[in-house]
Design a protein around this ligand. Sequence first.
Ligand code: IMO
Ligand code: MG
Length: 421
Amino acid sequence: MKNKIDVVLGLQWGDEGKGKIVDVLAGRYPIVARFQGGPNAGHSLHFDGKSFVLRSIPSGIFREDAINIVGNGVVLDPITFMGECENISKTGIRVQDRIVIAKKAHLILPTHRLLDAANEAAMGKGKIGSTLKGIGPTYTDRVSRNGLRVGDILSDDFTQRYAKLKARHAKQLQQMGYECDPDAEDGKFMEAIEFIKGFRLVDCEYFVNKSLEEKSILAEGAQGTMLDVDYGSYPFVTSSSTACAGACVGLGVPPSRIGHVYGIFKAYCTRVGSGPFPTELFDETGEKLRKIGNEFGAVTGRPRRCGWLDLVALKYAVMIDGVTDLIMMKSDCLDSFETIKVCTSYKVDGKETDQVPFDTYAEIEPVYTEFKGWNRDLTGYRKEEDMPEEFREYIRFMENYLGVPIRIISVGPDRDATIMR
Ligand code: IMO
Ligand code: MG
């Protein structure tokens, strides 16, 4: 039988708990690959009393023998990457043995970060709420064919090409009237470039397809389907294809090689940054979710907007991604709620619909189905049979609505707090 690439994706607006699940699943896969996004991601892992937040490094890094690919579709910030590696190296892991980097991955320059900040400042109230990591400007340069790629660092004229792109950015920044020093991080950047030369730089498409002859691969998505550049709530999205199809483009594999599609969602919803969020709660219930779920950005520290689970948006994501297996995170955060609500349709212009509307600015009124809370601490459970009937009822309802089985239920941040069904 041919080996496949199984894909793990966030189905909401990011921060679904992808890091934990990839870390749990990585035990079964010899290769883990990131295929899009960059250091805007913050994937948190907790095990053996330790915690890590990964930004560009795939979440298989703590599994012995696993190879971690930074794929073609990723945008890599050498400075952040070096910092991340230094942090992990402290645990005794030799990162150079476990990470390979795609030559076609685009480089985030320090001036891409400045441009991100300048763009956001220029938009004022209409800003995206970007993580300011230079993601948008780097993908813009990729599409406009001005970007620099990891493979370019090996060429003799890399310094000149860097200077040329930086000059272009400096001009843009000046035109925007954004005060900054475009040269400020040159030294650090070049140091990080030298650091990257210590890794295996690969032709990702060959590496992945060859590896598939013997091994299966787990592809790790960043962000979530509702932040996809095409299918998210444009323009309040990130600049990459976060949906399942992005894995093919970002790694250089044909769609026929995709196996399981693991879709991760939280038992409620969160969003950081601007943009529509139909089930957002502005009251004490939202505040309670934020507190219990510790919903503060792993990258920016920003408080996350919180609200009830939105099944209309979730079903939309399941459709676009072709999800085969659902994974529900943070169910335990709902333990103390008397009533739990899920949004099962929208009212747009007074008309009820179960579809996500085109218009990002449409007034959407969520229509809810209510469930009786289980009012019990779920964190200790490891077997489904033992779980409260109210919780099992809640699960059955969702599986029915979404038409896809929930295979994994997470009841706590630790590796072990995981129920496989
Ligand atoms: P992980 O992988 C949550 C959001 C930003 C902003 C929008 C665009 O940890 O789930 P960008 O910096 O990409 O241009 O920002 O997308 N965003 C995320 N939100 N989790 C993430 O990643 C995110 N990456 C970007 O807040 O609204
Ligand atoms: Mg995040």
